[in-house]
Design a protein around this ligand. Structure first.
Ligand code: 5GP
Ligand code: ZN
Length: 112
């Protein structure tokens, strides 16, 4: 499958890993939009939140549970923002479910 995040999971594309376990990988975004910008993904390919069902939601939950671990690893003691883009209007560009974890500064109040 031609998915850049699956290639990262497979070790075919190098990345800066922040956290990893059996089901989840967290790594630094290549184009950070905040002092800390980490992507947390399930290792299994799921297109987006919009494609979740009861079975795949368990994998998404494992990715969610890894977010505080990645945040601790990055020293985000004052909070952070978690974003997941979905589809065209959401400006999703990589179609493998991922949670952006942004922080390291006071983020703007507005989200859109
Ligand atoms: P999206 O726009 O789909 O919500 O987010 C995709 C994110 O993946 C973008 O922030 C982009 O910078 C990041 N990204 C795309 N390709 C790579 C890559 O090869 N390595 C890393 N570390 N991040 C990537
Ligand atoms: Zn994938």
């Amino acid at each position: 499958m031609d998915c850049i995040f699956c290639k990262i999971v497979a070790g075919e594309i190098p990345t800066s890993k922040v956290y990893e376990d059996e089901h989840v990988l967290a790594f630094k975004d290549i184009h950070p939009q905040a002092p800390v910008h980490v992507l947390v993904i399930p290792k299994t390919h799921i297109e987006s939140v919009d494609k979740l069902d009861d079975a795949t939601a368990e994998l998404a939950a494992k990715a969610l549970a890894a977010i505080p671990k990645a945040a601790r690893e990055m020293g985000l003691t004052e909070g952070y923002r978690v974003i997941t883009n979905v589809g065209r209007h959401g400006c999703q560009s990589v179609f493998h479910l991922h949670f952006h974890v942004l922080g390291g500064k006071q983020l703007p109040e507005r989200m859109s």
